[in-house]
Design a binder for this molecule. Structure first.
Ligand code: SF4
Length: 66
C-alpha cells in the first residue's frame, strides 16, 4: 500500500509512530509525521499501517493500494 500523511491535518500526536514505528516517524524538529517506507509491502507492516490509519486522532493518514 502507498501511505500518506496529510500535513495539514496531522496534529503530531505521535500515535502512528507508536503503532507502526517502522512506517512512521515524528522527528523532534517537525510538527507532522513523516512516512519512512513507501510503498509498504511487508504484510506485518501493512497491518500496522492500517492500525495507525484507524488510530490517528485527526484522520490524517491515507492508505491506497500500491
Ligand atoms: S497519528 Fe495522525 S495526527 Fe498523530 S502524528 Fe500520526 S499522522 Fe499525525
Amino acid at each position: 500500500v502507498t501511505v500518506s500523511v496529510d500535513q495539514l491535518f496531522c496534529a503530531a500526536s505521535g500515535m502512528c509512530k507508536k503503532v507502526a514505528p517502522q512506517v512512521f516517524d515524528l522527528p523532534d524538529d517537525s510538527d507532522s509525521a513523516v512516512v519512512l517506507v513507501n510503498p509498504v509491502t511487508d504484510p506485518e507492516q501493512v497491518a500496522r499501517a492500517k492500525e495507525a490509519e484507524q488510530s490517528c486522532p485527526t484522520a490524517a493518514i491515507s492508505l491506497e493500494p500500491a
